[in-house]
Design a protein around this ligand. Structure first.
Ligand code: MTE
Length: 324
């Protein structure tokens, strides 16, 4: 699992580290031109014109200027090809394979401890939550790479207002699609598929918690989790579950897929914390995609003023609870 991939990925990163960006870019462009020559890829380089019916009316989104970041935006090609999506395998070609996933139509079920459970098509969901906005967030993977990207979508808390959680609802459990015929990684049955993640209801109500439908002003390409993925910028990236089919309101803490596989490495809280190393590597610095020098990692990935208050009760065991 993640360990093997990390080694490969960090090795791949050397390209970005050692090559000036314009050279890197033109090399990448050359590769792309090559790839573009094949019929199989021709359709992939132009991402689906519309994932949701007449969803083009939602794009381009209005930028929410409250969410800006003092970092350069990652080059779009890097953020959309250097991706983790284990359902499609662990090679560098995941983004190509992910294109086979059909994301239209796409039904999302919201159930569990809510007064108004619903199964709804994504385009109807977008109308219900009042459309989308753009936010620029930092994003820090547990593998110690990071990116800064403009997401399109809406605040997760917007769905709470129309499903009306009961008082007994304490956590949200998110689930990714399960379709091994399309996603060959799901044939590897040592992973406890489907991909699952969970957060507390307080975390869901936090202004930063975001459900993304797009990136770089366009609909999400499949490899980034189309048509709907979670984005929690103060937590390690594995919490930001992709291609969601179900959100359940529950009273018990859900166990995420990675937590189930390796509980000492990928815990429930997974708040970014440079002071607590992953058991197998340091978290003190990060490699921004496309940037030469590593930079220090920030506690809560720099979002402490917005989120730290949620973890006050965890302070006595700060070390473990922020990471595990
Ligand atoms: N969601 C699903 N369903 N499957 C995955 O493999 N990988 C996670 C997360 N969400 C993953 C997922 C990890 S480890 C990271 S770092 C982010 O997605 C990567 O998001 P990105 O590829 O859009 O950068």
């Amino acid at each position: 699992y993640m360990s093997n991939i990390i080694i490969k990925k960090i090795w791949n990163l050397k390209d970005f580290q050692t090559t000036p960006e314009h050279i890197f870019k033109s090399r990448r462009q050359a590769l792309q031109n090559l790839a573009g020559g094949s019929i199989a890829l021709a359709g992939l380089t132009s991402f689906p014109s519309s994932v949701f019916g007449n969803a083009n009316s939602f794009y381009p989104p209005v930028s929410n200027t409250l969410y800006k970041v003092n970092r350069e935006i990652t080059e779009e090609k890097l953020a959309t090809t250097y991706t983790n999506f284990y359902e499609f395998g662990s090679s560098k070609n995941i983004w190509r394979r992910a294109a086979l996933l059909k994301t239209k139509p796409w039904m999302l079920t919201i159930d569990g401890l809510v007064k108004k459970p619903v199964t709804i098509d994504i385009s109807d969901l977008l109308k219900k939550v009042g459309g989308i906005e753009e936010r620029v967030y930092r994003f820090r993977c547990v593998e110690a790479w990071s990116m800064t990207v403009p997401w399109s979508g809406f605040a997760l808390k917007n769905i709470l207002s129309f499903v009306e959680p009961k008082a007994s609802a304490k956590f949200l459990r998110f689930e990714t699609f399960f379709d091994p015929d399309v996603a060959p990684g799901q044939k590897q049955n040592w992973y406890p598929w489907p991909y699952v993640e969970g957060i507390t209801i307080d975390e869901a109500k936090n202004d930063l918690s975001f459900l993304a439908t797009g990136i770089y002003g366009k609909e999400l390409p499949n490899q980034n989790g189309a048509p709907l993925r979670l984005v929690l910028p103060w937590k390690y990236g594995f919490k930001s579950i992709k291609s969601i089919v179900k959100i359940s309101f529950v009273d018990k803490k859900p166990q995420g897929m990675w937590e189930r596989i390796a509980p000492l490495e990928y815990g429930f809280w997974a708040n970014v914390n440079p002071n607590v190393p992953h058991p197998r590597w340091s978290q003190s610095t990060e490699q921004q995609l496309g940037v030469d020098n590593r930079v220090p990692t920030m506690i809560y990935n720099g979002y402490g003023s917005e989120v730290a208050s949620m973890y006050k009760t965890l302070q006595p065991t700060l070390k473990n609870s922020l990471f595990r």
